[in-house]
Design a protein. Structure first.
Length: 557
């Protein structure tokens, strides 16, 4: 017997024998469900034998036989009733456990979010891709096929999604393109660091989604529940199904605030803030202005995260304010980094260390935030230094800027598109999916080893657009992505260390060294960040004007 937990009160198992029932009871199970018809295999006990062993062990048993591959709506309804009436925890079994996992998935449809159902069964080792449309339809077989179909469907209307839609329209205006996103507002997220420093106003970083969707592109205002790549379909919340000839996946990533115990309850008060949220960035500036003495913590979780420099940008800009208003001598700045280095590309570290010393900041590597007590102003970090046992330390604070743990969106993580870590699995040069040839991905959600920044998406969008158009015309990839990303490290108001690099940490400066030397703090780079990049974003990148983003051509050889 090898039970696999699907939820706290339900597990599945391959065929069990009567002698296994006592062990099942010892493990805490109070009921059994048999989903394997009697006589299916020569080495299989009858349900009556298992039921007799269950009675002897003080357990209830139910017989809901299902032929392999033939789970009916009636079977799912009977299973749902069994889960409702049997005492839990329950162990269900069939030949391999797949039928039992399928029945549980259909029984839970409509009461659990689809990604949670798919994630629970995937964790137990069972793939529900074959019944995902039924789960989305409340556990019953849908009667319709696709509700709509398009040449190209784009999942996500963030920086990457709108940019690639605009780039496609500029290349081939006759394409039927749909972009799927439930949000009403589109945000210029790189601006939130500046909001947290009192440089930008929040309203400067937000526009209505409707004003940005490219002309001629259909906007489907809904959330994606699942992918059916073998059927060339995307399933939306409510079981609407959208078909495609080619798919682009770019919904961004998930900010996993709840992974830190107590964090959700204290965000936006008790001195706990984050520039990673539109509504919290102004609170950062309020706290920085108000802090005259005490300890300020700045946290960074394990990689990957979007804009890996953002946690320390908040630290530098806060330190600069305290330096200018005379409070710095009374403030203890602590940078709590789950990683082992200040910045992943060593060429930029010397300039950054100059500012670490200027602000007298203490660097605490291998410190991962795991819990917060806001009212008590206490935080706990797991410290996992190499070759040293992990320990948990308690740190008091007066102000704490948190960068949350980050992960793939649930509906991507549990999908057939994901790699073992949950990110969309692409070829890092062409950004085409490694398994499904009519799918591409860009932005924060895919697994190429580049920095997750808006600047990276700006360069990726034309690459994806050119390669899709080439594919439509029957050709192979014509453009490749070099891993370019940019991180303007705001080390003080008026100066930036402009980090620009590609795969492997290769420096990829956009400007002559005499104009901007990215390895040194620069006023010109600040001007670029404050004055030039916002209009490049709003009027260029999101409008299909590929300023500073011409794709690199694939060369023969």
């Amino acid at each position: 017997m090898d039970p696999k937990a699907v939820s706290a009160d339900f597990s599945v198992s391959p065929q069990i024998m009567p002698q296994d029932v006592a062990e099942a009871r010892r493990l805490g199970f109070r009921s059994l469900i048999c989903n394997r018809p009697d006589g299916e295999g020569a080495d299989q006990p009858t349900f009556q034998e298992v039921e007799a062993a269950a009675r002897s062990a003080g357990m209830e048993a139910r017989y809901i036989p299902v032929s392999g591959g033939l789970v009916s709506d009636a079977d799912a309804a009977a299973f749902r009733d069994a889960l409702r009436t049997l005492p839990g925890p329950t162990l269900a079994y069939c030949r391999t456990g797949t039928r039992s996992a399928t029945l549980w998935s259909l029984a839970k449809a409509g009461t659990m979010p689809l990604p949670e159902i798919l994630g629970a069964t995937k964790s137990a080792g069972y793939d529900m891709a074959g019944v995902v449309r039924r789960i989305a339809n409340g556990g019953t077989t849908p009667t319709e096929s696709n509700d709509a179909s398009y040449d190209i469907v784009i999942v996500g209307a963030g920086a990457a999604g709108i940019a690639v839609a605009a780039s496609l329209v500029s290349r081939q205006p006759d394409l039927e393109i749909a972009i799927i996103d439930p949000a009403d507002i589109h945000y210029y997220q790189p601006g939130w660091t500046m909001v947290g420093a009192g440089v930008f106003q929040p309203r400067e970083t937000a526009r209505t989604m409707a004003s940005l969707i490219p002309r001629g592109v259909h906007w489907i205002k809904s959330a994606v529940a699942a992918f059916e790549p073998k059927a060339n379909s995307v399933i939306l919340d409510g079981c609407r199904v959208v078909g495609y000839r080619r798919l682009v996946v770019c919904p961004g990533l998930k900010l996993d605030w709840s992974k830190v115990e107590g964090l959700v309850d204290t965000l936006g008060r008790n001195g706990v803030t984050s520039n990673y949220r539109y509504d919290l960035a102004p609170y950062t500036w309020e706290l920085v202005q108000g802090l005259k003495s005490g300890r300020a913590l700045f946290t960074q979780p394990p990689m990957p995260i979007k804009c890996a420099g953002a946690p320390q940008k908040a630290m530098y800009l806060s330190g600069d304010t305290w330096f200018r208003n005379g409070a710095l001598k009374n403030i203890d700045i602590q940078f709590m980094n789950a990683g082992g280095v200040l910045f992943g590309v060593k060429d930029y570290v010397p300039a950054l260390m100059d500012y670490v010393r200027k602000y007298d900041a203490t660097l605490n590597f291998h410190h991962n935030l795991v819990a917060v007590d806001g009212p008590a102003r206490k935080a706990w970090f797991d410290v996992a230094k190499p070759d040293t046992p992990k320990e948990r330390v308690e740190v008091d604070f007066d102000m704490m800027h948190v960068c949350p743990p980050q992960s793939p969106p649930d509906f991507v993580r549990v999908s057939p598109l994901a790699d073992a870590s949950g990110w969309v699995d692409v070829d890092q040069a062409t950004l085409r999916h490694r398994t499904f040839e009519n799918i591409w991905s860009l932005g924060d959600v895919m697994n190429a080893p580049n920095a997750k920044t808006a600047a990276a998406a700006r360069v990726q969008a034309p690459v994806v657009a050119e390669n899709i158009v080439a594919d439509i015309r029957g050709g192979s990839a014509v453009s490749h992505y070099s891993g370019y990303g940019s991180c303007p490290l705001t080390v003080e108001k008026g100066r930036i260390v402009l980090a620009e690099f590609g795969y492997g940490g290769k420096l990829m400066p956009s400007f002559p060294r005499l104009l901007i030397d990215g390895t040194k703090p620069s006023r010109a780079a600040w001007f670029l960040k404050e004055r030039l990049l916002p209009p490049v974003y709003w009027r260029g990148m999101l409008r299909g004007h590929e300023w500073m983003a011409k794709p690199e051509k694939v060369t023969a050889g």
